[in-house]
Design a protein around this ligand. Structure first.
Ligand SMILES: [Zn+2]
Length: 163
C-alpha cells in the first residue's frame, strides 16, 4: 500500500508493457479475398449467393447458415446506392485502423440498406446533423488512393443523393 498526500492508503498498481506490432499479413481466404479484390480492382461490392435458397450472403460465406450447404461461386454485384436505416453521430476523435488517419470529427456512421437488400455499416459524407435523416438516400464514394484493397474500407463514405 502506498500513502497519498491526502493520507489515504491506496494499492500500488503494477504495469505491464505490451508492444503491439502494427504491420501484419493474413490470408483473407477465397470468399473475402474475392470481395477485397473486386473493391480494389473494380470498385465493386460483390457477394455470393447460396446455391440452394439463393440468399445473398454478405459478407461472402463458404457455407450458407440457413441451408448448411456450401454456398459456392454464384457471385453477384451489389448496389452502391441505398437508404440510411439508422445512424450514429460520433463526436469522439478516433483513428481509422485501416488507414492510420484520424477520422473527421464529428462524423456520422450509418447502417445502410443497399438497394438489393444487403445491410452495410459505413460512414456518411454529410456531417451537418440537421441534414441527417433516417430514410435519406446515399451512394458509395470510393477512395482514390485505395490501392491496399481493404474491402469496404476502400469506400471513403456514402454521399447523399437526391433522386
Ligand atoms: Zn441457403
Amino acid at each position: 500500500m502506498a500513502r497519498k498526500k491526502s493520507g489515504k492508503e491506496e494499492p500500488e498498481y503494477l504495469s505491464i508493457r505490451f508492444d503491439m506490432p502494427r504491420r501484419y499479413r493474413w490470408s483473407t481466404g477465397r470468399y473475402i479475398g474475392r470481395t477485397y479484390h473486386e473493391a480494389k480492382q473494380n470498385k465493386k461490392l460483390v457477394a455470393n449467393r447460396c446455391v440452394q435458397c439463393k440468399e445473398v450472403l454478405w459478407p461472402p460465406l463458404q457455407v450458407c447458415g440457413r441451408c448448411k450447404v456450401e454456398a459456392g461461386e454464384d457471385w453477384v454485384e451489389l448496389a452502391q446506392t441505398g437508404t440510411v436505416m439508422q445512424y450514429t453521430y460520433l463526436v469522439y476523435p478516433l483513428w481509422d485502423p485501416h488507414y492510420g488517419e484520424k477520422f473527421a470529427n464529428p462524423y456520422p456512421n450509418a447502417m445502410i440498406l443497399l438497394d438489393d437488400g444487403v445491410y452495410i455499416r459505413h460512414f456518411l459524407e454529410e456531417t451537418d446533423q440537421k441534414k441527417l435523416k433516417v430514410g435519406m438516400r446515399v451512394q458509395a464514394v470510393w477512395r482514390e488512393d485505395h490501392e491496399r484493397g481493404e474491402g469496404t474500407a476502400d469506400i471513403k463514405y456514402f454521399r447523399t443523393i437526391r433522386e
